[in-house]
Design a protein around this ligand. Structure first.
Ligand code: DLL
Length: 424
């Protein structure tokens, strides 16, 4: 395999070098946040942390966790560690509760983000001069600008379409020979569909960089086959500084490399907060070592994954690999005493011949008793009964299945909302 790096030295450093960089970075981080922000100082002092005697990695477990709630309570800039005059940009996510999570950036933070993103582009095989079409929204959402800053650092030619107007996206991709497509997972399905309707083929399109939502291997295969591209899974979030800050899979596709010289990534038991052994599923916790404006310290992401390997990868990169995100803690559903994640349903659905990748899970509340209704588009011949039967095998209980004609359900242009609640 031919490996291309954006920052070869950083991406291939030995485990000892990574440990050393993290150790020094963590000590510097604790001094920075305690010296420059009252909220961090009060919180760390209450946990018995002193900046001068903090020993680095061996004291990591003593640092208190932080969560989305802290961002919301400290809105807008309560956790910012630099003067407002040093800020250059901000992004924001509102999530399901609507309360904003704000991430401010200094110029150096934008450069750090761009470096992480440029590494992701290179890891996917993008070459300087390639046309890169950026379909996530430009605005408060970090997706569009993150792909943009990284593409500039990687020397790509940017077609900054943002989201929506899919027919125009397809035309531009054809006319400008787009080779690299950045997209929220579910929007790539829409692009596929419109290409078919327009009868346009995109022979130059080779690399798809997708994220912002969990997607099953079955979905990845459909995207791969439908667009004829190699699909990569990119990971990051507003709180860590945006898309690509944590990492992505390489051409070996055996886990998402985490940029460990920039972040410490832990996998912990969501109940106790204790680290779980490698290989076991737990919650991803991230600490940003190099960000200035608002570095997170032991941020509980709510995302579930596991360590795949800490060994050097076939691509030559040495950074920790974690599994693709299997869901969020708050996505877990319990019906008929069975716990499951939406992704399990997606996997089972996409194994049914004739079923299309557009679906909704409706949780019906019948006076306290919950029932699941699965709505999905499918070709003629697939019935609600076929769907219910296949899901029973996967889940252990029988949901209701309802089948819609291809093209008749709404199409998301950003992150897809898959789960809906209805009182009956
Ligand atoms: O969704 C960043 C992003 C934009 C990633 C575009 C990839 C592409 P937020 O809106 O803050 O940021 O949402 C972050 O999205 O905690 C995960 O739950 C989920 N997420 C992000 N990437 C992935 C992925 C962007 N590759 C939240 N797989 C995170 C699964 C993902 N879930």
């Amino acid at each position: 395999m031919k490996a291309r790096y954006h920052n070869e030295k950083a991406e291939t450093m030995s485990r000892d070098e990574i440990a050393d960089v993290q150790n020094r970075g963590l000590k510097r981080l604790v001094r920075h946040v305690m010296a420059n922000n009252d909220w961090y100082r009060a919180r760390f002092e209450a946990a018995g942390i002193e900046a001068e005697s903090f020993r680095g990695l061996e004291d990591l477990g003593k640092l208190p966790f932080m969560s989305k709630r802290d961002f919301r309570e400290q809105y807008p800039l309560g956790m910012c560690c630099v003067p407002k005059t040093s800020l250059a940009e901000m992004h924001m996510s509102s999530g399901s509760t609507g309360t904003p999570v704000v991430m401010p950036y200094t110029k150096a933070d934008i450069a750090q983000w761009a470096d992480c993103m440029a590494r992701c582009y290179a890891m996917a095989g993008a070459l300087p001069g390639d046309t890169c079409q950026i379909t996530p929204g430009f605005g408060l959402f970090n997706g569009g600008f993150g792909f943009y800053h990284g593409a500039q650092a990687a020397g790509l030619f940017v077609v900054p379409t943002g989201s929506g107007n899919t027919a125009r996206q397809v035309t531009l991709a054809r006319d400008f020979h787009t080779r690299v497509l950045g997209s929220v997972v579910s929007y790539s399905l829409r692009i596929m569909e419109v290409m078919e309707q327009m009868n346009v083929k995109l022979p130059d399109l080779k690399i798809g960089i997708f994220g912002a939502e969990s997607f099953s291997d079955e979905m990845k295969t459909r995207i791969h086959d439908g667009l004829g591209i190699e699909a990569f899974d990119i990971y990051g979030m507003t709180e860590t500084g945006g898309v690509g800050t944590l990492g992505q899979d390489c051409q070996a596709h055996c886990g998402l490399h985490q940029w460990e010289d920039q972040y410490i990534v832990e996998i912990v038991d969501p109940k106790t907060g204790a680290p779980v052994p490698d290989g076991e599923i737990g919650e991803v916790v991230a600490t940003s070592l190099t960000r200035e404006a608002l570095p997170v310290v032991r941020f509980r992401t709510g995302d579930l994954s596991r360590v795949v390997s800490r060994e050097k990868c076939a691509c030559g990169r040495t950074h920790l690999r974690i599994d693709r995100i299997s869901g969020r803690l708050d996505d877990m559903l319990i019906i008929s005493g069975v716990n499951f994640f939406p992704l399990q349903i997606e996997k089972a659905l996409l194994k049914i011949p004739g079923v299309l990748p557009n679906y909704r899970l409706v949780i019906e509340n019948h006076g306290g008793t919950k029932k699941l209704r699965v709505e999905v588009e499918a070709e003629s011949g697939v019935t609600g009964h076929t769907v219910a039967k296949a899901l029973k095998e996967a889940l252990g209980f029988t949901p209701d299945g309802e089948v819609f004609a291809p093209g008749s359900m709404p199409r998301p242009e950003g992150k897809a909302k898959r789960v809906f609640f209805e009182d009956k």
